[in-house]
Ligand binder design. Sequence first.
Ligand SMILES: CC(C)(COP(=O)(O)OP(=O)(O)OC[C@H]1O[C@@H](n2cnc3c(N)ncnc32)[C@H](O)[C@@H]1OP(=O)(O)O)[C@@H](O)C(=O)NCCC(=O)NCCS
Length: 167
Amino acid sequence: MRDDFLNIRHIEPDDCNAIFEVPSDWWGSNYSSDMISKWYIHHFRDTCLLAEENGKMAGFLIGFLSQSEPNESYIRIVMVDPAIRGKGVGRALYEEFFKRVGMLGRSVVRCVTAPGKKDSIAFHTRMGFIIEPQEQEYEGVPVFINYDGRGGNRVLFKKVLQKMENH
Ligand SMILES: CC(C)(COP(=O)(O)OP(=O)(O)OC[C@H]1O[C@@H](n2cnc3c(N)ncnc32)[C@H](O)[C@@H]1OP(=O)(O)O)[C@@H](O)C(=O)NCCC(=O)NCCS
């Protein structure tokens, strides 16, 4: 992905409908638009990012600063258009997020994913996240059992930002 074609900016409330209406294959199985709500964009706008390729939405990231852990930030969700995966859009969104939260004094980024989402696990590992150890594993990957209280298991990622990533 050439930088001159990719623009990263924060998400505006006017972008909400386009985000809610992305085809379900952007997420994969079990996508539902209630995974993303308007209040994220209204209240966490500075850390919610949109990638545009030649003016067209190529991907987005919803993230925020932890209120309870003053060193930490959290990525709720990221999606890239399946037609242009593997070309650096996800990396560009994450690197911009790292830069922004680093400038706001956060040195740790956390996120979680479902154990079956192999692409997400590979992506996060490549982006320098470690998987937090757990008592149980799924196909060799540590998983937090019943993470959300509704039976869903999750892989927990953590990344400590290096100085050069956040300045
Ligand atoms: C995960 C996702 C956001 C990655 O986006 P992407 O634009 O394809 O990622 P990039 O091209 O920027 O890849 C960044 C790095 O991760 C690696 N990577 C990405 N997907 C990978 C995969 N499936 N297997 C192995 N490595 C992968 C790339 O090789 C690249 O490495 P490099 O920059 O060191 O060369 C995208 O696959 C997606 O939208 N998936 C569906 C939604 C999802 O699962 N989101 C995550 C959970 S919230």
